[in-house]
Design a protein around this ligand. Sequence first.
Ligand code: ZN
Length: 511
Amino acid sequence: MPRMSQFIYLIICLVFVSCAPDPGLDTPLEDKNFNQLTSHESIIEFVQILDRRSNFITVDTLGLSVEGRVIPYMKISSGEFGEDRLEKLMVMLFAQQHGNEPSGKEAVLALARDIAIGKHDELLGHLDILLVPQVNPDGAERHERRNADDVDLNRSHLLLNAPETIALRNLFHRWEPYVTVDIHEYQPWTRSWLEEGYIKLFDEQYGLVTNLNTNETIRLFSEKEFLPYAEREITGAGYTFHNYIVGPPDRIRYSTTSINDGRQGFGILNTFSLILEGKNARTPTGDIQQRTEAQQHALETLLTFCKEKKGDILSIVRSARRDLITTTQAEFVLTMSREKDSSILTIPALEVSPVNDEYETGDTIMVDIENYFPLVVKQEVTTVPDAYLIPGSEYRIIELFEKHNVLMKPLEEGDVQRGEYYIINELTTIELEETEIIFPELRTETAVHMAHEGDVLVPTDQLQRMLIATALEPQSMHGLLQYDEFRHLQQTGRYPIVRVDLPDVATIFDR
Ligand SMILES: [Zn+2]
């Protein structure tokens, strides 16, 4: 071919490649014309294609599921991933902790594809992104919520009793991203709503950190800056949106404050942490194209917000995490209640009426909900001591803290620590978040602890400060004492963990 026609040929090829749909870069869902959800095997193949196609995407393995399935994730950066912590904000998006909520996975794959074909280069000047399309492959393959050990992964972020959750949290600790988004779908077709004659129908809901032991500046920023932005952008694209609300219609509130879920569980480490709840359908693939597109739009909204507010988020999270290490005698909220304010919540809803054993849908109506409990109010409080002493006999707590990447110092036989013991007089119960919570009546006693081999000191001047207090305080509504796995803590008498105040806690690790 003469040189000129070669040149023209090349141009034509380039134009063709850039304009024509590339069949290799349809997501597996698109490739199946939205009739079949992406299998675990197809995820693995597809992310490898993206890795080969894009210089910005690197695929790695998070870990293995209970049944040995590989859990892949993608590191996305226009430079060296994680190298530029001053100028780049790191964001981690993870989907499908619940296997029967597939649209998050499909949206993450579509987002990764769009990144691979250069649609989001502008974001990558500001953000490094971790994408985990599917945390729970075993559940997803069966289209079930839980993992193969019947563990709800989004209730396992404190006990870490599932390899999938441990792997996800290890990824977090490897990079300590400033922003995390846990992607789910809510089921509108639940009995308590249907019985009221209507169901809520938001396409997308973002839930914020609400646990009062998370950083207040991050909470306010989420509420005052992010939420209005998300509402504007998501409704602007034609989707319905709301701050994530749960509950039967006679009592509406924000979802749990417990740190056993992904949002509060990373939030307690002073992360700008969110949960995203798309609208599920009556069948796995029902409306899957629309569900996926809505989720992707909500995620792109978050990423664009992160780009625009990068400076604010970097400084807020940095300072909040510094507080965890430097503040002493921080207040710790043991119990939180839900309260009403003067507002009446008005939401759009879809009328439903029972016909035989099914429900038929009617009109979209506006419903006033008077039993709206939007406030999380602190009740009982204490302070976080400089350190906790865990006796070696509580090795399961020590092992748990190792999984949480908590810094601990082994004590030596005969080391003496002055501390404060709790004496539990009585185990009473109170109702919080519609759940019966064990609330021990107790007193404290000062005593000297003579250490034995195996005892450890857990200083609280670390990223996990509030997580440690949440786990160990016996009156903590989200503490280990509440769980069957730590039932032995539910007894009267001396509580095994000791509160220790040290003259100079900073010397423990020679920081
Ligand atoms: Zn879910």
